[in-house]
Design a protein around this ligand. Sequence first.
Ligand code: ZN
Length: 181
Amino acid sequence: MTKALLIIDYTNDFVADDGSLTCGKPAQQLENYIVSLANKFYENNDYVIFPTDGHTGDKLSPEYKLFPPHNIVGTLGQQLYDKLNTWYKDHKGSDRIYKFNKNRYSAFQNTNLDNYLRERKIDNLWIAGVCTDICVLHTAIAAYNLNYQITIPTKAVTTFTKHGQKWALDHFKNSLGATLV
Ligand code: ZN
């Protein structure tokens, strides 16, 4: 079984104190564990994938009315947060590292992620990052509908509210058949 670690939206705008849509400290506390997971996958010859919100400020985007501008392509806010950014820069030449922009919550919507995974016979997805009940959730639902096996490392995901975190973890387990570790 070939595995991939998807690290969703772990960027300055979602994680840093001054990020425009930040989950704040709870997100920052995931940092070391997420980096350790990236190392583990990479050293095990598995894949590390960074589906990253990349917006243009388009007023017709459905998110435009819901959230402040965030992860505008090319800005500091769209860069990966701190140690993960360093990790990415150190590994990005590898053919088992893949970073791409997405413009919806789901990493599969309008992207080539499904083809990328199928070409490499990757069938088990670990999904980490933020926010548990928004982009992680929508990515997990899409993965479920495409028959991927899903694992959620619970200490590598967070969101704005405790209620949202709990609800999403229950949903991954009870409705998407995910393994929580
Ligand atoms: Zn967004």
